[in-house]
Structures are given as structure tokens and as C-alpha cells.
Ligand binder design. Structure first.
Ligand code: FUC
Length: 758
């Protein structure tokens, strides 16, 4: 069944986050509503940001205050002495300040179509995920209207086509623009300006090819009596992901002009063919079918039916949501552009929630949870590039806040970042300690990039791109950890469990993330035959981290001190959205059924926190439950995520719209179908009884294996495992009532397949 998100009525153009349908190519985004007479298209260029260094802000330092390490040391000493009250007084010193900036809207393109009054018939607007094509079609006064759009990554352009059975007229005006010049250049409307806050330059072009009359002026575009008009759109800025100026010095029009000319030369058909080939090369790698998926309803009605428990709607929405996550990742994260932000690439505001930034206490990590297991490794390259770019500013933060200094005799000696990052190398803590301090956030991100090697086995990328970033992060943590006599372990201190709880010493979040980084770093070193002082140091420190402890209640402790009499329970929130102490279960690999005490304590903690939460927090819970192997509970979380935290356009909400929940949800569905974190490939490890039968192709396992499977009545009926790099793997999967292990040996670059015979 094809994967199409569709509506039988126009979207409300005011209600962007729930009504629009998005297209994008990593650099650019457009979101449409399907308005019949008035259409609003929200346009974005991913690097268009306020904030950062500029003429008016010559002293910009990525938020870093100076010599904060002195206060940090004092806080550490006070905490070690048990003087929490005095330590807390100093926490405002452990913050950053300055202009963080925000992701900007490029502009709204508002179309007014001169078409007769009346209700349209046979209205349909849709986003076809299989074709990566948006369209809106209707009949009015006996005339059929068709509007289409796609965003091409190879040609870096978005194309809009307006066709109808008769000749019509329409206008296009740009609204919510930045300070700019808007003018005609032959058949092109040029929107050339700057972001007021920082002088970032941009150039956007709308080139019109029409069979009708055309007028372009500062007012916008006016098309008369046309039965077909194509508008080619592109935009670029002078942003460059390079410390310390973050400007390329290149006129953006030198990028946009050749792009737009080439696009027109190619024309709609050829552009689309190039786009389709590029898109399918990623998207088509994975298919998913669950039961019969009968319902084919408009998205809002599909959601209603889903909430009401309609069987046919359920599996349909689940597979659609799964593929939508993949579509959104392909559309918002491509090599050469910045990574997907809190809203991917789509944004209607100059003051978006959380600045639409790169939050790294869960959100950016979650954006990429599905990148590898759903076979989209290429989409995660921007994350590697971005983290690499944070190393230089991150060294300033390491020096000012941690006294970990890189210099000529000690280069690349350690980098760090905190809760929120910007494209301008903001790596300092936030302007309040309680949400802004997050020393282990980078350790967490190292899991994301290590996955590249785990899944792809690409030694060159590991050696040249990933390992240097990891190694410098490891250097940072080895110098940061200190021995705590009371706790008898090496600790990160002070720590604050993301957005939750009192300041403590060595909370589970930080200890467990640093532990996982050390483990992964040693594994990476083995692959590269790197062994030296740093590896020795890590081997020595690793067993002293002791992250996991079970409390009096039997729950896994979030704070080491939580059973102590003077622990401040007033800050503990029972149903808090973050499950920061369970990093070892997911996305980490430390808590498994092989350590039942830890697994049981983790499960008790999850039960204690409850299943209801915000969008991304449900997606995290879904992945966590999938790791426990509990299919029914995972399914309950999935149903909650889709039923309670999803807008009509299938965007996840926190609220507001936050794309991490879409990505985490998609990753979670894959995690229910296939797991590989324990050196064993588990097929259908957490499938609910509701998913009686189904089939998937192309899901990826660590070690470079690609798995296709079919199942019926919960038992695998067909299984194929293909190795990308050669090697052996062990596969387990359910056969009738139980799980049996089957070993497949796969040759060099070879593959294997197995068909169950009854
Ligand atoms: C994290 C969360 C918030 C929000 C923000 C963008 O800090 O705790 O809920 O999602 O990121």
C-alpha cells in the first residue's frame, strides 16, 4: 500500500504546525496548506539564523564567560564536603551569557488565485512519501486545478507547478520578510537581504516559467491567463560552518543564480526525475507492512479512527508514521547542510520555541536514532560535520569552565558543549544552571556517531572523521573526572539530571554516558589498532565509574545520594518526562537482560515514571520498552505517541511541534522489529500480539547486516540476512512459540537467506 498523507479539505493557513504538509532537501524547506484561493507557503533556508558573531557583536564568544573553572572547583569542593546550600549559591556562576540567536523564517510566499467563488469538488491535498511529491487537486466550476511541489537535493531547488484546465491569473507576494530589496530580474523575483540582528546575508530567487502573461515588481509576481506556471525557488546565505567568523565571505547570489538557471534549463520533468532517483535511492531501502493495513483515510480521520481503536486504521497509521519519520529525515538532513534542528528544517517564526536550536540533552540525539537502523546512514553525515565544527569553540568552553586547556604543546586536548548549541559554536552552558549545565551531553552524542561505524563498518570514516572527535571528547572526560571518597568512585561533579532534580555528585545520567563513551572509545581504538597512554587511562578509569545503583525502593537510582537523609526530594518529579538514568538501557547498551538486577530496576523505574508524557518523551519510552523485549508495552507507548501527541499532519508535538518525537517514534518501530545491540541480531524482539503478521525489508543491524523478514502469527516465516562487509552473525527470531537461535555464516561481501520449511 502506498504511503500517502492526505486530506480531503484545505488546511487552515493560520495553523501551521498542525495543518501544513512539508517538503525539503536538507538546505531548504517549504510547507504548504493547499489553500484554494489563498495559499501560504512557509519558506526556510536552514542556515538563516540570528545571533553569533557579527560587526555589532565583536566580542561574541559562544556564550562563554571567563575563568568559570574557579567557581566550578569551589562548587565541587563544597559538594564533596556535603555543603549543598553553599554550592547552590554559586551555581549562577556556572552559566553562559550572550546572544544565542534563533533559527529564522525566510519568508511566507502568499498566493492569491483569481478563481470563482464556490466550494471545490473532489478536493485532495497530499504528501506522497513514496514519490516525495506534494500535490493539491480540486475541481471548481467544472475546471480541474492541480498544484504540485517537490524539493530536490541534487539540484538544491524547490519547484512549484500550478496547472489547470483553463487559463487563470494569480499573484504571489512575499510576507514576513527580513530587511531586504525585493526586485525583478527578468523573469525572476529576487529577495536579497540580511538578518537584522547579525547582518547575515541571504539571496532567494523565484524564477517563473509560464504560458501566460508575467509581471514582476517589488510588489511580487503577477501571472495572467496561465494554464501552466512553474516557479523554481532556491535560497542561500553567507553562513559557513567554520569557527570563529561563521561567514563564507561569498555573495549568496553566486550560489543561487547558477542553481536557478540550471533548474530552468532542466525543467520540471528532468528535475523531478533527478530528485526521484536521489530520494528513492534512500527511501526505497526499507519497506514495512503490518497486517492488512486496510484503512486509506484522510490523515485527520485516520488519527480519529486510530484513537478509537479501529483495527484497520491502526496498522495503517503505524506504517505511515514509520515511513514519515524516514521521509522527514531525508528531507531535513543531507550532506552539506546543517543537521536537522528541533523542527527539522521547517519554521514559521523568527522567535521559534527553544530558538529551534540544537538541544543536546536528548533532542538532537533522538533526531538521529533512526538514521542507521532504518538504513539512512547518509542523512547522519551532517551530524558528524556539526560535531566536528563544535570542537574548536568547545575547547574554549573546556578551558573557561573546566580548566582543560588546548594549546600548541597540547593540541586537541578536550572539547565540550552543554544543553543547547547553535550553528555559531555556542557550546557554553545555558544562562541558567538548572537547564543549562549538561557536561555529559557530548558523551551522549558520541554514541550517535560511533553508530556510524557499528552499522556501516566503514573504517576510513572512523579513522578520519569519527575517531578524532571521540578521542578529543574522551581526553576531556579523563581530565574532568575526580575521585570522590564518600562515593568511592570517579565522578562527574557537579551534575544535574536533565531538567530534573537537585544538583548532585555523579548522577546516573552523566556517569553512564561517560562509561558508554569509554567503552565505545576502547572498541574504536581496537578497530584502529590504536593503543597508548589515553587507552590505558580509560581502561584504568572505566571500572571506577560505577554508574548504576539500585535504591531502597528497588528503582534504578537517578541520583547516587537519593537515599541519604539530607537529599532534597522536593525537586523530584514523579512523572518527569526525561528518563535520564536509563541511558544504559536505550540508547546505551549496558542494561540488558543479562544483568537482571539492573534490568528489573530499570523496568520498575519506567513503571514508576508512567507512560504518559510529552511527544519525544513517549518516543524515548517506546524505545526503552522495546529494549526490554516487552512488545505489548512498547505498543502501548506507540499508541500513546500516535494517538495523543500527533497533529493532523502527523507532526509530533511536545507541545509545540517538535520533530524529535517523529524521529524517535520511527526509530522505536524499527527497534520493535529488529535489535542488534548485544552482538546478536534479534528479529521481532518486541512485537505485540496486535502485529500478527507482516513483513519488512532493509532494516539494518550492527556489523553491516541488512535484514528482510516476514512473519505470520508472530512467527518468522522468511528471513534473509545480507552482509555488507562480510563476517558472521548470530540471528534469533521467533519460531511458533519460542525463540530459537540460528546461525548464518555469510561470506565476504556475500549474503545469506533462509526460508522456513514446515
Ligand atoms: C529538552 C526538553 C524540553 C524540550 C527542549 C527542546 O530540554 O526537556 O522538554 O523538548 O529540550
Amino acid at each position: 500500500m502506498s504511503s500517502i498523507i492526505w486530506f480531503d479539505k484545505q488546511g487552515d493557513i493560520i495553523n501551521w504546525e498542525s495543518q501544513c504538509l512539508p517538503i525539503g532537501n536538507g538546505y531548504l524547506g517549504a510547507s504548504m496548506f493547499g489553500g484554494v484561493r489563498r495559499e501560504r507557503i512557509v519558506l526556510n533556508e536552514k542556515s538563516l539564523w540570528a545571533g553569533g558573531p557579527c560587526k555589532n557583536r565583536p566580542d561574541y564568544r559562544g556564550g562563554n564567560k571567563r575563568e568559570r573553572y574557579k567557581y566550578v572547583a569551589e562548587v565541587q569542593n563544597l559538594l564533596a564536603e556535603g555543603d549543598y546550600e553553599s554550592a547552590v549559591k554559586l551555581l549562577p556562576e556556572l552559566t553562559g551569557d550572550g546572544d544565542f540567536g534563533a533559527y529564522q523564517l525566510l519568508c511566507d510566499a502568499v498566493f492569491d488565485f483569481d478563481i470563482p467563488d464556490g466550494e471545490p469538488d473532489d478536493y485532495i491535498r497530499k504528501l506522497d512519501l513514496d514519490k516525495s511529491l506534494y500535490s493539491c487537486e480540486f475541481t471548481l466550476g467544472g475546471v480541474r486545478y492541480l498544484r504540485e511541489a517537490f524539493a530536490s537535493y541534487p539540484d538544491r531547488v524547490i519547484a512549484f507547478r500550478f496547472s489547470c484546465g483553463e487559463k487563470i491569473s494569480f499573484t504571489l507576494k512575499l510576507e514576513k520578510t527580513h530587511p531586504s530589496r525585493i526586485f525583478a530580474e527578468d523573469d525572476t523575483l529576487v529577495y536579497n537581504g540580511t538578518v537584522e540582528d547579525n547582518g547575515m546575508r541571504f539571496d532567494a530567487r523565484f524564477k517563473v516559467v509560464t504560458d501566460g502573461g508575467l509581471e514582476i515588481s517589488a510588489e511580487g509576481i503577477s501571472v495572467h491567463d496561465s494554464s501552466e506556471t512553474v516557479i523554481y525557488f532556491t535560497a542561500a546565505t553567507d553562513y559557513e560552518m567554520k569557527y570563529p567568523t561563521y561567514r563564507s565571505g561569498i555573495d549568496p547570489e553566486t550560489i543561487t543564480v547558477p542553481i536557478i538557471n540550471k533548474a530552468v534549463e532542466k525543467g520540471w520533468e528532468q528535475l523531478y526525475n533527478t530528485h526521484y532517483a536521489d530520494y528513492c535511492a534512500l527511501y526505497d531501502r526499507v519497506t514495512l507492512k503490518i497486517n492488512d493495513e486496510l484503512a486509506d483515510l484522510p490523515a485527520d480521520k485516520l488519527l480519529d479512527a486510530y484513537r478509537n481503536g479501529s483495527r484497520t486504521a491502526m496498522n495503517r497509521l503505524e506504517t505511515l508514521y514509520f515511513q514519515y519519520g524516514r521521509y522527514l529525515l531525508i528531507s531535513s538532513s543531507r550532506d552539506g547542510a546543517l543537521p536537522a534542528n528541533l523542527q527539522g528544517v521547517w519554521n514559521e517564526s523568527n522567535t521559534p520555541p527553544w530558538c529551534c536550536d540544537y538541544h543536546i540533552n536528548v533532542n538532537l540525539q533522538m533526531n538521529y536514532w533512526g538514521a542507521y537502523n532504518t538504513n539512512l546512514a547518509e542523512t547522519a553525515i551532517p551530524l558528524i560535520d556539526f560535531l566536528d565544527s563544535l570542537r574548536e569553540p568547545g575547547r574554549v568552553t573546556a578551558a573557561e569552565y573546566y580548566n582543560i586547556v588546548s594549546n600548541e604543546s597540547n593540541p586537541e586536548n578536550g572539547w565540550t558543549a552543554h544543553t543547547q548549541c547553535s550553528p555559531f559554536g555556542w557550546t557554553a552552558p545555558g544562562w541558567e544552571f538548572y537547564w543549562g549545565w549538561s557536561t555529559a551531553a557530548v558523551a551522549w552524542l558520541m554514541q550517535n556517531i560511533w553508530e556510524h561505524y557499528e552499522f556501516m563498518g566503514d573504517i576510513k570514516t572512523l579513522r578520519e572523521r569519527i575517531f578524532p572527535i571521540m578521542r578529543e571528547s574522551v581526553r576531556f572526560y579523563t581530565q574532568w573526572l575526580r575521585y570522590d571518597g564518600k562515593q568511592d568512585r570517579l565522578v562527574s561533579t557537579p551534575t544535574y539530571s536533565p531538567e530534573h532534580g537537585p544538583v548532585t555528585v555523579g548522577n546516573t545520567y552523566e556517569q553512564s554516558l561517560i562509561e558508554q563513551l569509554f567503552i565505545d572509545f576502547l572498541a574504536a581504538s581496537r578497530e584502529l589498532s590504536e593503543d597508548g597512554e589515553l587507552q590505558n587511562r580509560v581502561r584504568e578509569m572505566l571500572p571506577k565509574l560505577k554508574p548504576y545503583h539500585v535504591g531502597k525502593t528497588g528503582l534504578l537510582k537517578e541520583w547516587f545520594e537519593e537515599d541519604e537523609p539530607d537529599f532534597d526530594h522536593s525537586q523530584v518529579q514523579k512523572n518527569h518526562r526525561h528518563l535520564s538514568h536509563l541511558m544504559g538501557l536505550y540508547p546505551g547498551k549496558r542494561i540488558t537482560a543479562a544483568i537482571p538486577e539492573a534490568m528489573n530496576a530499570a523496568i520498575m523505574s519506567m513503571n514508576d515514571r508512567g507512560d504518559e508524557s510529552t511527544g519525544w518523551a513517549r518516543a524515548h519510552r517506546l524505545n526503552l520498552w522495546a529494549r526490554t523485549g516487552d512488545g505489548e508495552r512498547s505498543y502501548k507507548l506507540l499508541r500513546g505517541l500516535l494517538g495523543d501527541c500527533t497533529f493532523d499532519n502527523l507532526w509530533d508535538f511536545h507541545p509545540p511541534f517538535q520533530i524529535d518525537g517523529n524521529f524517535g517514534g520511527s526509530a522505536g518501530i524499527a527497534e520493535m522489529l529488529l535489535q542488534s545491540h548485544e552482538r546478536v541480531i534479534r528479529v521481532l524482539p518486541a512485537v505485540p500480539s496486535e502485529w500478527q503478521s507482516g513483513a519488512f525489508t532493509g532494516l539494518c543491524a550492527r556489523g553491516g547486516f541488512v535484514v528482510d523478514a516476514e512473519w505470520e502469527n508472530g512467527a518468522v516465516t522468511s528471513l534473509s540476512v545480507t552482509s555488507k562487509n562480510g563476517g558472521e552473525c548470530t540471528v534469533t527470531f521467533p519460531i511458533t512459540n519460542g525463540v530459537k537461535a540460528l546461525k548464518l555464516s555469510l561470506g565476504e561481501n556475500g549474503g545469506g537467506s533462509w526460508k522456513r520449511e514446515d
